[in-house]
Design a protein around this ligand. Structure first.
Ligand SMILES: [Zn+2]
Length: 189
């Protein structure tokens, strides 16, 4: 088994490290899947992850309902690879109310790899995840909405993982232009 470790995988490893290393008691021990998916989405939008795209995916929410969220296939694949490499470990809890709850954290092996990551990459991840006030931003889920928030200074920013681009709507918007171009004799249905 040989898995090429890409910069995006190392970036993802550093994200998980940031939220799960136990040296600072304010950090979580396990990073739950939904907040992680929202951080990956935000990172894809902001170019923190170079090769990540996203597409609507039906996801089970904390209240047991299912909703369409922008999920990064590449991010999920890299998570699988990090698990295969044993750089991270996964916790899967069966809950009576909500079905499965999945969470991730760094392993000792992953911690050693993270120590050797290019400082420039580490700085990029730090700037992405830390608030201007110096505290770590947390990805929180409230109902169906996702936010990056800093409890220390009150900073809050919505994460658009739940804003699905509606292709059929776009097509309808496109139609008037098409008709204006003088092709209205054609059957557009
Ligand atoms: Zn802050």
């Amino acid at each position: 088994m040989s898995i090429e470790v890409t910069d995006d995988m190392l970036t993802l490893l550093l994200v998980i490290e940031t939220y799960t290393k136990s040296s600072d008691s304010s950090h979580l021990d396990w990073l739950k899947e939904l907040p992680l998916m929202s951080i990956i989405y935000e990172g894809a939008v902001k170019g923190i992850f170079k090769g990540y795209d996203y597409a609507p995916w039906s996801v089970s929410m904390l209240d047991g309902t299912r909703h369409w969220l922008n999920i990064s296939r590449e991010g999920k694949d890299d998570l699988e690879d990090l698990l295969d490499l044993r750089y991270i470990s996964m916790l899967r809890l069966s809950t009576s109310q909500y079905g499965y709850l999945t969470a991730y954290r760094l392993t000792n092996r992953g911690g050693k790899i993270a120590q050797d990551v290019d400082p420039k990459l580490r700085e990029k991840v730090r700037r992405f995840l830390y608030c201007k006030c110096g505290e770590l931003r947390m990805a929180v889920v409230r109902g169906r909405k996702f936010f990056f928030e800093c409890k220390s200074c009150g900073f809050e920013s919505p994460i658009g993982i739940d804003i699905i681009e509606d292709v059929s709507y776009k097509t309808r918007v496109y139609l008037p232009d098409y008709l204006r171009n003088g092709n209205n004799g054609r059957d557009t249905e």
